[in-house]
Design a protein around this ligand. Structure first.
Ligand SMILES: [Fe+2]
Ligand SMILES: [Fe+2]
Length: 346
């Protein structure tokens, strides 16, 4: 009984059950229930203020395209919104604040159509370098390299056992991990730059770009694979362990940390190659590419899953080269800032 209760609470917390109830309130589909000790008959203005903030939050966290045409607010809603101190007006699921003067100019695609994404802009898109060598490998020679290589190979065992050939799920889960090292490295270099009054040679930006690129891989995979509640729970656990572990390793030895990432990227190339084999054999359906991927990688409108996996694999090969290079710089007894960073390509 108690096991069932724990499972139910975990499932709802991970799947955002409670939060969805809040969001449902924000979009006006339900009233607040007494679950949180808030009576259903709470003040309308308070509920509306809360709703506006949550809708804004939902918009910011969303990777979905913004609706090109928003319905005008209803008279009643507009009246309530005008009572808010910041004169926030709700339009569809978008929040506009006239008080802070924050607004996004209208942006167009090259073909003149409206740019639908808030999470990235046209100047952040790029065409992946498909000519990159996928077979490069850093042969581990030193003790530290061997530790890095063996660590990554060991980490692959539970991954293979858990996911087997479910490459969509596997890729989605691994991207939640892959986006961590760039952020940790970028953050630590940022703090170092502040502490030492030194430029970073562009490496802060390069590593943060890598983290963002990996996150876009995840945002793309999530359009193709819907994670189950226990997979979300696994992500929480793995992120907690991996973030702290990688943070400690990067503090102690950036040389080792970058080498580990280099080998992780080599494994990612292998996984995506297997994914492509399953698409080519028909074991995985070659569905249409998600809209977010078409815009992010400047793919043709009729691009497919195979095209998306091909460009993601090319990105991983680039991350492999950047991280092995970063480790090599440390091996030469130098700091990253002494070698120009590969900024501008993810
Ligand atoms: Fe990735
Ligand atoms: Fe990567």
């Amino acid at each position: 009984m108690s096991q069932l209760l724990v499972k139910s609470v975990a499932k709802r917390a991970i799947a955002g059950g409670y939060f969805r109830r809040y969001l449902a309130t924000a979009t006006g589909t339900r009233v607040l229930t007494p679950t949180f000790g808030v009576p259903a008959a709470a003040s309308g203005v308070q509920v509306e203020r809360f709703s506006v903030v949550l809708v804004g939050w939902k918009r910011m966290m969303s990777t979905a395209a913004e609706p090109t045409s928003s319905p005008p607010p209803s008279t009643e809603k507009a009246k309530k919104s005008s009572e808010l101190p910041m004169e926030k007006v709700e339009r569809g699921d978008m929040v506009v604040s006239s008080y802070w003067g924050i607004s996004r100019p209208k942006i167009k695609r090259e073909d003149g159509t409206e740019w639908p994404w808030n999470c990235f802009m046209p100047w952040e898109t790029y065409a992946a370098d498909l000519s990159i060598d996928l077979h490069k490998h850093h042969a581990p020679k030193t003790f530290m390299d061997k530790v890095a290589y063996r660590t990554v190979k060991l980490l692959r065992i539970p991954t293979d056992l858990f996911f087997k050939r479910r490459y969509g799920c596997r890729a989605m889960m691994l991207e939640t991990v892959a986006a961590v090292p760039g952020m940790v490295g970028g953050m630590l270099l940022h703090l170092r730059s502040l502490r030492k009054f030194q430029q970073s040679g562009g490496w802060i930006k390069a590593l943060l770009e890598e983290a963002e690129n990996e996150r876009m891989h995840l945002m793309t995979m999530v359009e193709l694979v819907k994670p189950k509640w226990y997979e979300r729970l696994l992500v929480l656990t793995v992120q907690g362990v991996f973030f702290n572990g990688f943070f400690a390793v990067y503090l102690i030895s950036p040389k080792l940390a970058h080498r580990i990432v280099g080998y992780l990227e080599e494994e990612a190339i292998h996984s995506y190659t297997e994914y492509l084999k399953d698409i080519e054999s028909g074991a995985i359906e070659n569905v249409a590419a998600p809209a977010i991927a078409i815009d992010y990688w400047r793919l043709p409108k009729d691009a497919t899953l195979k095209d998306v996996i091909t460009v993601i694999r090319a990105d991983e090969a680039h991350h492999r080269d950047v991280n092995h290079f970063a480790s090599d710089i440390h091996y030469q007894g130098k700091e990253l800032r002494e070698a120009p960073a590969p900024v501008g390509y993810h």
